[in-house]
Ligand binder design. Structure first.
Ligand code: SAH
Ligand code: SF4
Length: 389
């Protein structure tokens, strides 16, 4: 299969939302952060609010990367700003486009901090960007490749926002106010556990949802968690985002086997937190993700357990065909088994779409992120005679 892969490893790494050489990056900062940077730069107090609002608008509504384009700011000030600050994007180490239109980006936020995000177009008007919240993950779910990698670190709010900026650049979707956008939704289903990084996720959403900037509706953003119970309700109150729960099993024994976090926060506590999720209603349902593992969680009895567990919760169930990875101990359930499972859930009154795997040719599916890119890069290095790390 033909892939479009562009490697630009020659470019110098750019540390983001921090100092890059002598210049400070403003991209990824909120209004207060921009105002603070401008204050230190020497903008007078009485102008700070106006100037930071102007710059916020240029960065997040127009997506500009050059201060020269800021036409409502005097030329000499633009030039001085350009000497002190940068609007440059982080380096895209690799970009791949699947035959089905899925786009995967490997972005270097800082040396050793590489992040993947995936744009998933849809046949209808909406398309979603799947973003990462951490590099690696501490949770070790047995079916997830990200979980087999150690946590490198939490991403900053700026690094989360930058994933969206990079995708908007690539899809040429500036300004934010333009209609007919392809990238309309955001899902936190990339690498990492967002509720172990709630503060930065919430700060990123404040920037992403600001009407004067990127302007994504809070109901178009879904935060997926493996079940970090104490963070679920506070996250909902703080962000007003939609909630997805990676459930994968409806009894404690099985769930603990495949998701160790269930030992700490068992199903009764998890479901209580779901019931208390703010704003829950039939038009604002919780999505329960359920990965179909052959012979493990896919029997009619499992479907019945799931239906019982969800009773009384406005819910829909996303059935995810398991995506295998090298060394994984599971197989994906047969298609017929998945369809029968879906029929049972559906008959109980819950929407239960089967997620079509997207971007399979570029290894962009759930649970496959990062590691495969590292393999691609390692093989590219081998081909070019470079060192293997
Ligand atoms: N840590 C968060 C968000 C990232 S995982 C969470 O667990 O919810 C995003 C989704 O991909 C989760 O539902 C996860 O269970 C699922 N997933 C992980 N590995 C997978 C695999 N190999 N095949 C299919 N889905 C997988
Ligand atoms: Fe981490 Fe989510 Fe993967 Fe579990 S499924 S290891 S929580 S990324």
């Amino acid at each position: 299969m033909k892939l479009h892969i562009s490697h630009n490893q020659a470019k110098a790494p750019l540390a983001h939302a921090g100092k890059t050489g002598e210049k400070i990056s403003l991209v990824g900062l909120d209004r207060a952060g921009i105002a603070e940077a401008l204050r230190e730069f020497g903008i007078a107090d009485k102008q700070l609010r106006m100037r930071s609002n102007q710059i916020f608008h240029w960065i997040y509504n127009y997506g500009i990367t050059d201060f020269a384009a800021m036409s409502n700011i005097a030329k000499d000030l633009r030039a001085r700003l350009a000497d002190a600050f940068t609007l440059e994007r982080p380096e895209i180490v690799a970009r791949q486009i699947s035959v089905d239109g899925t786009r995967k980006y490997l972005i270097r936020m800082a040396p050793g901090v590489e992040v993947e995000s995936v744009f998933i177009p849809s046949v209808s008007k909406t398309g979603a960007l799947c973003v990462s919240s951490q590099v690696g993950c501490t949770l070790n779910c047995t079916f997830c490749h990200t979980g087999s990698q150690p946590l490198v670190r939490n991403l900053t709010a700026a690094e989360i926002v930058l994933q969206l900026m990079v995708a908007r650049d690539d899809l040429a979707e500036w300004p934010s106010s333009a209609g007919e956008r392809k990238l309309t939704n955001i899902v936190f289903m990339g690498m990492g556990e967002p509720l172990y990084n709630t503060d930065n996720v919430a700060k990123a959403l404040d920037i992403i949802c600001d009407d004067a900037g990127l302007s994504v509706g809070r109901r178009r953003i879904t935060v997926s968690t493996s079940g970090v119970v104490p963070e679920i309700v506070p996250m909902g109150e703080r962000t007003k985002a939609m909630l997805a729960i990676s459930l994968h099993a409806a009894n404690d024994d099985l769930r603990t086997q495949i998701m160790p976090i269930n030992k700490k926060y068992p199903l009764a506590e998890l479901m209580a937190a779901c019931r208390a999720y703010p704003g829950l209603s039939n038009s604002r349902r919780i999505t329960f993700e359920y990965v179909m593992l052959k012979g493990i969680n896919d029997s009619p009895a499992h479907a019945k357990e799931l239906i019982n567990l969800l009773k009384g919760i406005p819910a829909k169930v996303n059935l995810i065909p398991f995506n295998p990875w090298p060394g994984s101990n599971y197989e994906c359930s047969d298609w017929e088994t998945i369809e029968r499972f879906a029929d049972r859930i559906n008959a109980a009154g819950y929407a239960s779409p089967i997620r079509t795997p997207r971007g399979r040719d570029i290894l962009a599916a759930c649970g496959q992120l990062k590691s495969e890119s590292e393999k691609i890069r390692a093989s590219a290095r081998r081909k070019s005679g470079g060192h293997q790390q």
